[in-house]
Write a protein that binds this ligand. Structure first.
Ligand code: FAE
Length: 539
């Protein structure tokens, strides 16, 4: 069984690698890898999106023998550009970097107050999107693999007490015994060799931040990652092309990262039951014969809608991410397509308490011109009774010594926001206000003030625009909008709509205390196990 799955997994990977991608692509696995199957007008199951929750749903449906179509609005990243690479360099980004922009919009906007970080690009379905909602902007990945294509790969299991507090209806014993280990195994989570971490110049920036945290009486933890640390060591030895050690992360990794196209999605395709259609954005959802009908806009690489079609199915699994899933549901409820959707749809959203900040180190505390782009260390002050914070020590790989320590703080911000439907633009608007970021800002400031005091250092004010030391107006971790046990039952079945499921970050009520993709994956594993056993067996 294992051998067979492994062989087929390789076929799935081959299908993803060799599918032609001159625009819209349909990827499947029949007798030959990468044969383009016919478009479906009806399928037993449709999965919307191809991020973590969606990828779990697709694999588990495929293994259960259910013919499944995955619809993804982004492209498949399988065709090298003229530089021979799939993804563009982080420091010199081109059109591949961002989703239909004329200029990049990196989290850091300036350096020494100079406008040298972002640059003009031509509009293209690039891999990173920044969705602006007034006082809060949300970074998301676009393409086959969703956020796994652009994230830092930090694979963190949340503290059990906080997990139970956020998701009280979920059996934590079962999660920590079965579903978290399964998710970690499937995602290819691995650990950095602690001896190498202590000696390599590529993690000097982490060790410097650790020393500064220690001086303030704070502890740190090594965090596992889905980036292949064996590959990274070969990068350091110059035996293989560099990716993490070439600063690649937010605009995609050309090597080393076990993104979902190499794990869950390859395994899903290998079942022979799953096809993936790219550049296919689900716009509308309504009831239809024996289930649901989805309206799908298909675009070309210039962003022109080249066709709209409808696909009918018995079951829909929404994995379009917190923003995408919420928008599809809210639009369906507010336009009257699915009026029976619960009033809880569109509520309970939060940015996981994200705040980014940076400190200026003393001249003798060099962080190194060489920095691995994969973070592996976190400052763990989550048990602080006043201001719990888990702060990722983030890389800033600019290829020169800059004496900056950068952090992404995850705080326990109790604020939540709702979405409303804007008929004029046919979109969901997030009603987050600037004052709602205040608890997160206060907590982050409390932690980093302590570190600055203990080390006689100061904040950097030149990186986030407007002379700010803290960026509390964007998040990497959108969570909620279709919260488990409120807009859905205890396993993601959307209330009022049998056969409709939410499987992604929209289920988590705004905060999980750590970087979220392992929790999203494990929760999807838990819910899909139940749904396949109960709902599909009964069908
Ligand atoms: P997600 O991965 O966002 O996938 C949703 C997919 O649906 C995307 O591919 C969309 O293009 C697609 N889609 C959306 N709307 C539609 C539609 N209407 N029709 C068709 N397709 C659609 O969803 N998390 C960690 O745990 N560790 C990290 O180190 C980490 N670093 C991060 C760094 C960055 C720069 C970013 C942006 C995120 C990071 N995250 C990290 C967050 C993590 O990637 C995120 O929580 C998950 O990707 C969310 O998974 P979902 O399944 O909810």
């Amino acid at each position: 069984m294992t051998t067979n799955l492994t062989r087929r997994h390789m076929l799935g990977t081959a299908a993803l690698r060799t599918a032609a991608v001159l625009g819209f692509t349909r990827i499947g696995l029949s007798s030959a890898a990468a044969r383009e199957p016919a478009a479906e007008s009806r399928a037993p199951a449709v999965v919307v999106g191809s991020g973590y929750g969606a990828a779990v749903a697709a694999l588990r449906l495929g293994l259960a023998g259910v013919r499944t179509v995955v619809l993804e609005m982004g492209r498949l990243w399988d065709t090298p550009g003229t530089d021979g690479k799939l993804f563009c360099p982080t420091i010199t980004p081109d059109h591949r970097s961002m989703w239909f922009r004329t200029r990049t919009e990196a989290p850091l906007s300036t350096f020494l107050w100079l406008d040298v970080v972002n640059r003009g690009i031509r509009p293209y379905p690039g891999v990173l999107d920044r969705v602006d909602h007034g006082a809060m902007s949300v970074y998301v990945g676009r393409g086959v693999g969703g956020g796994s294509l652009v994230n830092g790969g930090m694979a963190v299991v949340p503290p059990r007490a906080y997990f139970s507090e956020m998701l009280p209806g979920v059996d934590a014993d079962e999660m920590y015994r079965t579903h978290f280990p399964r998710a970690r195994r499937m995602l290819g989570v691995n650990h950095i060799d602690p001896d190498w971490f202590e000696s390599t110049p590529w993690y000097r920036y982490s060790r410097v931040s650790r020393a500064h945290a220690r001086r303030a009486g704070l502890g740190t933890v090594l965090v596992p990652n889905v980036y292949d640390f064996g590959y990274m060591r070969r990068e350091a030895a110059r035996e293989v092309p560099r990716s993490a050690l070439a600063g690649e992360v937010i605009y995609g990794n050309n090597h080393g990262k076990r993104s979902l196209d190499k794990s869950y999605l390859a395994a899903a395709l290998a079942t022979g039951k799953v096809t993936i259609e790219t550049m296919s954005r689900v716009r509308a959802l309504r009831r239809g014969p024996g289930g649901y009908v989805l309206t799908v806009d298909r675009s070309d690489l210039a962003g022109r809608v080249t066709g709209t079609r409808e696909i009918g199915c018995a079951r829909v699994f929404l994995g379009a991410g917190s923003l995408g899933t919420t928008e599809i549901l809210l639009r369906a409820r507010e336009t009257g397509a699915l009026p029976e959707l619960d009033a809880e749809v569109g509520r309970g959203w939060g940015p996981n308490g994200n705040v980014m900040t940076a400190r200026a180190n003393h001249p003798w505390d060099t962080v190194g011109a060489r920095q691995s782009a994969m973070p592996v260390l976190g400052i763990n002050d989550w048990n602080n009774p006043d201001h719990p914070v888990f702060a990722e020590i983030a890389p800033l790989p600019m290829g020169l010594e800059h004496w900056i320590s950068l952090y992404l703080a995850i705080t326990r911000n109790p604020e939540r926001a709702d979405f409303s439907y804007d008929a004029a633009t046919d979109s969901a608007r997030l009603n987050w206000t600037a004052s709602q970021s205040l608890p997160a800002l206060t907590a982050a400031k409390s932690l980093f003030d302590r570190i600055n005091r203990a080390n006689a250092t100061v904040y950097r004010h030149d990186l986030f625009g407007g002379n700010r030391a803290f960026a509390d107006d964007f998040t990497y971790h959108p969570l909620g909008g279709c919260v488990l046990g409120r807009a859905t039952d205890g396993h993601g079945r959307v209330k009022g709509c049998p056969g409709l499921y939410a499987v992604d970050g929209s289920l988590i009520p705004g905060s999980i205390g750590v970087n979220p993709f392992v929790t999203i994956t494990a929760l999807a594993e838990r819910n899909m196990e139940r749904i396949i056993r109960r709902d599909l067996a009964a069908a």
